[in-house]
Design a binder for this molecule. Sequence first.
Ligand code: HEM
Length: 519
Amino acid sequence: MSSSSGNNSYLSAATVIGGAALGILSYLAFKYPDRAVFEDVQKGIPQVKGYPLIGTFFQQLKEVSRFYDAQHEHLEKLNTMTMINSSILISLTVTTIDPRNITHILKNNYTNYNKDTELKRCSKQFFGDGIFVHDGATWRFHRKTASRVFGTKDLQKCFDRVFAKNLGVITHDVLDQYATNGSVLDLQQLILKFTMDSFVQIGFGKDLKMLTQEGVVPLAESFDTSIDHIVDLYMNPFTPIMDKLHPLLHPHTKSISQHYKELDQFANEVISERRKDIQNGKKFNDLLSQFMDTKNENGEPFTDKDLRHVILGTISAGRETTSASIVWTMYSIMTNPDVEAKFLEEIDSYLPSDNYQQDLDPVKLYEAAKKMNYAHAVFYESMRLHPPIPVNQRVAVEDDIWPDGTEIRKGNVISWSNYAQGRSSKIWGSDCLEFKPERWILEDGTLYKEEKGQWPVFNIGPRACLGERMAIVEGLTTLITLIRRYKFSLYNPDQKVDYNVRVALSIKNGLKVLVSKRI
Ligand code: HEM
């Protein structure tokens, strides 16, 4: 008797608790029908529709590998230039492609938008306390130092000399061989080696000679894996667990800490070699020497750890972005024969030569590249559709109102998508998906100057890219040298070219091409 009455009272208690829980859940599901629980509606911002209580969690997981296109499609579907995405476990994000908002965030009210602390945490091991992750006084100090270093004539000469030398290597020692034996080349891998060799030489004064090595080079692999790991840490909450399981799941491959060790070892060796060389009276004019001569905010010389972060950060900023800009432009040229013909015509008119095999004098090449408007237009058009940094983001320090009326709350993650912006008909017109360099050339033949915030591929405002001029000149001289001397074609003309969702927009599985000499 007593046990059955006990059971009954447990049952009725369970029924009451279960009913209350169901009631609370139903109430919450009613209150948060399409977004993450406890995330309030932000008035006036179109929202990507999600599920009750969890928001867009599963959609976002599904869209991870095509993140940039998914953002573009949501904006188009909602017929808006600003939208909100709410999901459990993922920060609520307000995304915009409106040029007025982007100008506001990056220029007019930039002090209200800081780098994301979560991103800082995920990238600490790679970027340390350098320019890329800081705001406020620390960033200002780094920016001032870096601007001084980037502005020196010595450094500019060093960049030009290194790139000119490596253009010689890429043509004579690599592409001539591929053209002769007709084998398939992964152009992306080659250009990544080209930019790695060049930026390491500019940064550390060391020639890694990756360009002439076959296959994947271990240092480059450690570099790529470490950068990819930052994105994984940021986007995938299971990454720390996967890192712990790595020895069990992939016992024969390097763990992330081994990759970092490889980078540390490399940087430490270079720095200690350099200190010895300086003691022996040798003189240098590369990035490392410029930073070694600079004092930190406390008036002390940079420590080895600071130098390591500055140099690895700068190599990473220049290497992958410049490579992405060159490789996607080569792809666009290969798939648009009319553009290729016009490009060659312009090369002929500025650098006339009846022998395409002849090497170009680097000074002449730089001077001509600066004047070639069609070449600029091709390069810009490629970066419109394939921006090397496809998305970027900040966190709002205080409440704000954007020029389009969007109310931003303190702590909101805000993001702008160069990728979706470049593909928006609202901004670039109904032919926005076509590759048309002509849109960059005005009737009088001069280059179109886009409105501020309409093409922030290199960022705008006080945090604009310090390497923009360098990247454009190096990108153009590389393209001119390659297109003038060789005919490139896709190994598989039906290859569907897709991207990796990473810091920079690289081509998934590389770009396989065939090369032949022009004459
Ligand atoms: C096509 C090539 C390049 C593109 C598209 C590009 C794009 C960008 C973008 C979008 C930013 C802003 C990042 C942010 O604030 O979140 C940036 C910053 C920066 N870039 Fe570049 N970049 C390129 C090449 C280079 C090169 C070659 C260098 C130098 C070697 C360089 C050095 C820097 C530095 C130092 C910053 C930090 C500026 C600051 O925070 O004050 N970039 N770049």
